[in-house]
Design a protein. Structure first.
Length: 320
């Protein structure tokens, strides 16, 4: 079966998925339909509906779209079946019921932003950086009953630099993943797939690290950690959703702000309590950690815009 004859249904929501969908369209693959989330109400009065990036892309390329509220809905399943897909591809979507992923005769494969079996879950990019990993990657695997556990088709790897944050790694993996999606389809079409179970991949029986969904409380900084751990935590949550903290200034004011970029600083005074603020009120803001001091390079005070610390101090030094 040639690439323009195989019928593909693509499922996804965010920009991360758009890169893969675009690679299929530009590569001449026959995408017969797209499944994405329903339009989301936004704005103060929730009166404006916002389409997902995948829907916006599909509309611009005149690709048929389905937006089910529930993936087991009989009307949705009937319409999906009429597309008569040979293969389904899932990138950053929702957990599919068996009735959906088992529908095409060539199966359904997923693109996941980690080197499975490590970092199964909703936020693999964030947790890999938070945990100080030196590498990450993308994996394609066939869907099965339990989330992110199916047999692996292919993987690609990249290093994580000490200066990389979640946004930088996201973009690298987005384009790397798009190439892997195309490679995976070609291997399926050419019958050259060599499936590997995730149990076999973890032949060293390494401790498996998970990547659960991130909530606001997840993002609060614990200053009673090392400078390295806090640095990784901040960049693993930057630029979104952002690590946050509440600190008490020397003037007894409680400051609530997000932190987007940090670096290690020379320790001013090891006798200071953990969480203490040290600043010359012109060039730097440092915070005492478990083993030293960390310097805040980019921050956002509640109700204000994100800015460099030097710019923040020009108008807000009096708060410290």
């Amino acid at each position: 079966m040639t690439i323009n004859r195989i019928r593909i249904v693509f499922m996804g929501i965010p920009n991360f998925a758009v890169a893969s969908l675009n690679a299929l369209i530009e590569g001449g693959y026959n995408v017969v339909g797209v499944v994405t989330m329903p339009d989301k109400p936004i704005g103060k009065h929730q009166s404006v509906l916002q389409s997902s990036p995948v829907k916006q892309y599909a509309l611009s390329h005149k690709i048929p779209i389905l937006q089910p509220e529930k993936l087991k809905d009989s009307i949705f399943l009937k319409k999906l079946k009429t597309w008569n897909a040979d293969l389904q591809i899932v990138v950053a979507f929702r957990m599919l019921p068996e009735v959906v992923w088992n529908m095409p005769h060539l199966g359904t494969f997923n693109l996941h932003a980690s080197l499975l079996p490590q970092y199964r879950g909703a936020a693999p990019i964030n947790w890999a950086i938070i945990n100080g990993e030196k590498k990450t990657g993308v994996t394609t695997f066939f869907l099965t009953h339990e989330i992110d556990t199916g047999k692996i088709i292919a993987q690609e790897c990249i290093p994580i630099k000490d200066t990389d944050n979640a946004g930088i790694v996201h973009n690298k993996l987005m384009y790397l993943g798009a190439k892997l999606v195309v490679k995976t389809i070609n291997e399926i079409l050419n019958s050259t797939v060599k499936l590997i179970s995730q149990d076999e991949m973890n032949f060293g029986k390494l401790e498996l690290k998970s990547a659960p969904k991130i909530f606001k409380e997840t993002c609060q900084i614990n200053w009673n950690k090392t400078t390295r751990e806090i640095h990784n935590f901040v960049r693993g949550l930057s630029p979104y959703p952002g690590a946050w903290t509440e600190l008490t200034s020397a003037k007894r004011a409680t400051l609530f702000f997000k932190i987007f970029e940090t670096e290690k600083a020379n320790c001013h005074n090891y006798s200071l309590p953990i969480g203490s603020i040290v600043s010359d009120k012109k060039r730097y803001i440092d915070i005492r950690t478990q083993d030293g001091v960390i310097r805040l390079k980019s921050i956002q005070l509640a109700g204000k815009k994100q800015m460099l610390t030097t710019d923040f101090l020009k108008g807000n030094a009096h708060l410290l």
